[in-house]
Ligand binder design. Structure first.
Ligand SMILES: Nc1ncnc2c1ncn2[C@@H]1O[C@H](COP(=O)(O)OP(=O)(O)O)[C@@H](O)[C@H]1O
Ligand SMILES: [Mg+2]
Length: 249
């Protein structure tokens, strides 16, 4: 994919501090429409913060967040609309325990988009179908495996018809045998043309699905390229070191 393809999301010169901790240091990120950008790096390097800046769950101290060419890091921007269009899937699923899968998915459709029950139910069932979970629409989260809960969480984001989905270590909380089902859903989303930004340590998934891979260290992107460039032939010593620790896990 050439650099001439339009960027649907572009972060420019992003800085973020938490108190005295300078967590993002002049970060630039370009996400082309329909591409999958994969972010890797050591714990504490700022991956989650960067992802959260993409949909304004965190406000950058400075820099620009351009979504479809418009700066959304400005006062007066409708953050709810931004978060609907740039959805997020978390490591910990964050489903409501007292609501069944269908209600978890349809809640935002009813409350945020103000759709009728019938309409939100139809869209929610379609979203559950996309992640292979329609047959569990009536189940409570406690009746589902971690992998199934994560697929419901993905359906919840999908139901809002996002332009971009952000994934923050979506399989890190799962038992190994449940990881494959979630990655399969992510691969299908990618094949359907969804724009995705994924923080994960699933290297085989990255090699198979990522268009662009980014390595973060201490608040900076220190190397980026294709997945095979970055993972098989990194030029930065720190990247090499980190990849070696992953392989020995
Ligand atoms: N809400 C917060 N308040 C204060 N410090 C935070 C907050 N979120 C993250 N940090 C700090 O920012 C740094 C980067 O964290 P994070 O983005 O979570 O890194 P990663 O996802 O790569 O592990 C860490 O030093 C972390 O302690
Ligand atoms: Mg993180």
């Amino acid at each position: 994919m050439g650099n001439s393809s339009p960027a649907i999301l572009e972060l420019k010169n992003i800085h973020k501090h938490f108190g005295a901790n300078h967590v993002l240091k002049d970060v630039d990120l370009r996400v082309q429409s329909g591409s999958l950008v994969f972010i890797i790096g050591p714990s504490g390097s700022g991956k989650s913060t960067l992802l959260r800046c993409c949909n304004l769950l965190e406000t950058p101290d400075s820099g620009r967040v351009l979504f479809k060419g418009e700066d959304i890091n400005l006062k007066g921007v409708d953050v709810n609309l931004v978060r609907q269009k740039i959805g997020m899937v978390f490591q910990s699923f964050n489903l409501y325990p007292h609501m069944n899968a269908l209600s978890n998915v349809s809640l935002a459709l009813r409350k945020v988009l103000k759709l009728s029950s019938a309409e939100s139910q139809e869209l929610s069932l379609a979203a559950l179908d996309r992640v292979g979970m329609r047959h569990k629409a009536d189940s409570l989260p406690s009746e589902l495996s971690g992998g199934q809960q994560q697929r419901v969480a993905i359906a919840r984001s999908l139901a809002l018809k996002p332009d971009i989905l952000l994934f923050d270590e979506p399989t890190s909380a799962l038992d190994p045998e449940l990881v494959g089902g979630v990655l399969k859903v992510m691969r299908e989303l990618r094949e359907s043309g969804m724009t995705m930004v994924v923080v994960s340590h699933e290297m085989s998934f990255a090699k198979a699905a990522a268009d662009h891979a980014v390595f973060m260290d201490q608040g900076k992107i220190i190397e980026e390229g294709t997945a095979s460039q970055l993972f098989e032939n990194p030029s930065n010593a720190r990247v090499k070191e980190f990849l070696a620790t992953l392989k020995h896990d």
